[in-house]
Ligand binder design. Structure first.
Ligand code: GAR
Length: 198
């Protein structure tokens, strides 16, 4: 059984997609052992608790500086003894020590087709705003391994999604989630859990 730790910051619809995929047998050989949020109010924590999953908040606001937060966060991850760490809408820069320690065992979902609309400043709704501003006709989502850069690690899966003429950032975000993120993130976890990659 692959021990999965999921890190979240907000609504947790990607976390929900992972939990649903486990229940439906679309992810096998994996269990979520802990959900961690930097935001105490993240609805994602409620989703996890509702499923009886250990859910913990580690907020930078509770620590005097970044260093102390990083230590506490890494300790919280270590306690779960994960085989895989999934960043499912986690909007915090990971401590470099953690990236080294869990090299090749951290994956992230990004709401665009990397290398487009990624890197510093491209997260959440901002990605979709930039997509609409540029006027591209195709966008999508990417699951990739996390390395020291921002959205620079090896790509695992991508799925394209059409941009439609009347899209607002929110409408587009919803379509990218439904058609791409909630599909490829569980798929990537299942592939890793069953030895098909990494
Ligand atoms: C998702 O769209 C995810 O791809 C994005 O945040 C959203 C979280 O939604 N992540 C990033 O932008 C990371 N750079 P959720 O909490 O409902 O899963």
């Amino acid at each position: 059984m692959l021990r999965v730790c999921v890190c979240v910051s907000g609504g947790g619809t990607n976390l929900q997609a992972i939990m649903d995929a486990i229940d439906a047998g679309r992810i096998t050989n994996a269990q979520i052992v802990r959900v961690i949020s930097n935001n105490k109010l993240a609805f994602a924590l409620e989703r996890a608790k509702g499923k009886g999953i250990d859910a913990v908040a580690v907020s930078p606001k509770d620590y005097a500086d970044r260093e102390l937060f990083n230590e506490a966060f890494l300790q919280c991850v270590d306690e779960a003894a994960p085989d895989l760490i999934v960043l499912a809408g986690f909007l915090v820069v990971l401590p470099p020590m953690m990236i080294q320690k869990y090299d090749g065992r951290i994956i992230n979902i990004h709401p665009a087709l990397i290398p487009s609309f990624c890197g510093k400043g491209y997260y959440g709704l901002r990605v979709h705003e930039a997509v609409l501003e540029r006027g591209v006709k195709i966008t999508g989502a990417t699951v990739h391994f996390v390395d020291e850069g921002t959205d620079t690690g090896p790509i695992i899966l991508q799925k394209a999604v059409e941009v439609l003429p009347d899209d607002t950032p929110k409408v587009l975000q919803q379509r990218v989630m439904e058609q791409a993120e909630w599909v490829i993130l569980p798929q990537a976890i299942n592939m890793i859990a069953n030895g098909q990659i990494g």
